[in-house]
Ligand binder design. Structure first.
Ligand code: GLU
Length: 282
């Protein structure tokens, strides 16, 4: 059965961009006679703030959406993600990374290796790792692309792909070959959270039997790594529909920093949700 989701992180109030994304997914579910799931992605202890999840529900309710209950809050399911981390670790697919972001940036320098997010720092030498562990220093788990490639084999690696029914930022659609190497050895378990975005999202999309991931084009690149995780864990790859990002009158995309456009403020200003829906094309 068709199932899609809207998966906001409670790091601030929702704005028009979120409303557009949520409405796109909700209408797709209704049109297909399928399920619409709301998932709160609150695993980032530095960015998520208490209370914002309740406000998200309030804002979406005002907008006229409904969703299945109970709503999954990722922070309440950390043991689920720990199990995945264990599995990947046991299969030798991850390595410990004690480095700080700054150390990784310094190592990359201005060399043409791309952004720090795409770093592939590699495992520490065994003696160094033993020492750091003995000192009780915190570490993250990174996915080893080399190990993943070895485990899957060249054929399966080259066959990694997903179906794009929407459009990527460069007009990508149809069957897209997945290129996880562009993301680097991503962190799958943060030092402070025991899990990380890609792992929690891929796990929950599988658990909740999401058939269609409908989300903004800003997450198109993330799909490449999530498809690899699905292959490694034996999870079904959903169909993806990335949608364009809404831009304001100045042509810039909506972001939480544009405080004036939060749904809460529009509501307090007396805006009728029907007007907003119409304005967003629904
Ligand atoms: N929680 C993510 C965000 O708010 C979205 C994850 C997703 O849709 O895959 O950016």
């Amino acid at each position: 059965m068709f199932a899609t989701r809207f998966a906001p992180s409670p790091t601030g109030r929702l704005h028009r961009g979120h409303a557009f994304s949520a409405l796109t997914a909700w209408h797709a579910a209704k049109a297909a006679g399928g399920r619409f799931i709301l998932r709160i992605e609150d695993i980032d202890p530095t960015r998520c703030r208490p209370g914002f999840d309740a406000r998200i529900l309030e804002d979406l309710g005002w907008l006229g959406l409904d969703w299945e209950t109970p709503v999954r809050r990722q922070s309440e399911h950390l043991p689920d993600y720990a199990t995945v981390v264990d599995t990947l670790e046991r299969r030798g697919l991850m390595y410990r990374c004690f480095r700080t972001r700054k150390e990784i940036m310094d190592a990359i320098g201005d060399a043409p290796h791309g952004p720090v997010e795409a770093a592939r720092p590699g495992p520490h030498p065994a003696d160094e790792e033993a020492q750091l562990l003995a000192e009780g220093r915190p570490f993250a788990w990174r996915l080893s692309l080399d190990r993943a490639r070895d485990l899957l084999g060249e054929r399966a690696w080259n066959a990694l792909a997903f179906v794009e029914e929407g459009e990527g930022p460069d007009g990508e659609r149809g069957l897209i070959p997945a290129r996880p190497e562009t993301a680097g050895d991503v962190v799958l378990a943060r030092k402070d959270a025991g899990t990380a975005y890609h792992l929690a999202v891929a796990h929950d999309d599988a658990l909740q039997r999401i058939t269609h991931v409908i989300r903004g084009q800003d997450l198109f690149e993330a799909t490449h790594i999530q498809v690899l995780l699905q292959a490694l864990m034996g999870w079904q790859t959903p169909v993806y529909r990335h949608h364009r990002l809404l831009t304001g009158e100045d042509g810039r995309r909506y972001a939480k920093r544009d405080r004036s456009v939060t749904l809460a403020e529009l509501r307090q200003g007396g805006l009728d949700p029907r007007t907003l829906r119409a304005e967003l094309g629904f």
